[in-house]
Ligand binder design. Structure first.
Ligand SMILES: Cc1ncc(C[n+]2csc(CCOP(=O)(O)OP(=O)(O)O)c2C)c(N)n1
Length: 294
């Protein structure tokens, strides 16, 4: 990130037409992401935005800058690779609850363990949106979905509980109906040195009628309004994160700025004066090919 930059909202403008449903939470999320990037002076030339497959990923060509649109559930390893290769680039990745907690859940777990220096934003709309309302790992028990007309029978995953059990360094939650709140939470995630996990409760007006905008609006509160809330207290974060039905905590639940990010833990990178991407050299693969040509 360059200092004294002149980054503006227009730098992230794309004139491609949005294809999301009317009132989809993704509109607000996109606005907040752009606002956060501009406020943190993340110029498009120094920023990589990585998108998973799904409704969330269909935003990949509706925003300017460097972007990657990957395979379903596989956005995290690509983003991790980019973050490790070049620390001059700020890396953000986006995924839905289906791809991230279904197909790609292993990647999420290991990214938290690795504490790679990037931000991951989970668009949690409680269903597989793009393929039209199948149950995802966060769909509530007994909810009737297109793929489970008699109601979901598997226990839903609790994303924050899972992440907080992995000794993460940054965990936050926010809500797609509050652009100011999302912007501030994303800004904090972007500033964090290490893996920042941000879960956004995203309303899905087409396939999730059970928890619409108003449902969240009536239940969420920011943890900063709790007396003496200390975001460095992991056990307290685990406590407040639990309730997903009545009073739902949002904001920065947990942050540990003291734990070094991945490359600061790797012994052979300690004296490096270059980034890994600077060290890539052309090489010959002739001897390898010869082994197969015999
Ligand atoms: C490995 C794989 N499994 C399934 C699909 C089909 N598929 C494409 S988008 C999608 C739904 C995405 O749901 P989610 O990840 O929750 O994102 P959302 O659309 O809700 O934003 C599915 C199942 C795929 N493309 N690749």
């Amino acid at each position: 990130m360059s200092e004294n930059c002149s980054c503006s909202f227009h730098d992230y403008y794309s004139d491609n037409i949005y294809t999301w449903c009317t009132n989809c939470g993704n509109y607000g999320i996109h606005a907040a992401v752009k606002r956060a990037l501009v406020a943190e002076c993340c110029e498009p030339k120094d920023t990589l935005l990585c998108f998973d497959i799904g409704c969330n990923g269909n935003g990949s060509d509706k925003i300017g800058g460097y972007r990657y649109h990957g395979l379903h559930g596989r956005v995290i390893p690509v983003a991790v690779g980019a973050a490790i290769a070049n620390r001059r680039v700020k890396v953000l990745a986006f995924g839905g609850d289906g791809g991230t907690l279904g197909e790609g859940i292993n990647h999420l777990i290991h990214a938290v363990r690795g504490n790679y220096n990037m931000t991951f934003i989970l668009h949690n709309n409680l269903n597989y949106g793009l393929t039209q309302g199948q149950a995802s790992p966060t769909t509530k028990l007994e909810m009737k979905m297109n793929s489970s007309p008699d109601g979901v029978s598997s226990t839903p995953l609790h994303p924050a509980r899972m992440i907080l059990s992995l000794n993460p360094t940054f965990v936050a939650r926010t809500f797609s109906g509050d652009i100011n709140h999302m912007t501030e939470v994303i800004r904090r995630g972007v500033r964090h040195q290490g893996f920042s996990f941000i879960e956004i409760y995203q309303n899905c007006p087409t396939y999730n009628k059970a928890t619409p905008h108003q449902w969240y609006q009536d239940r969420i509160y920011d943890v900063s309004t709790l007396p003496d809330y200390n975001a460095r207290d992991l056990n307290r974060a685990r406590e407040v994160a639990e309730d997903l039905e009545n009073k739902i905590a949002v904001g920065v639940l947990y942050e540990n700025p003291d734990e070094p990010e991945f490359l600061k833990r790797v012994a052979n990178r300690q004296n490096a004066t270059t980034e890994l991407v600077d060290e890539v050299k052309p090489g010959s693969i002739e001897s390898i090919l010869n082994r197969f040509n015999q």
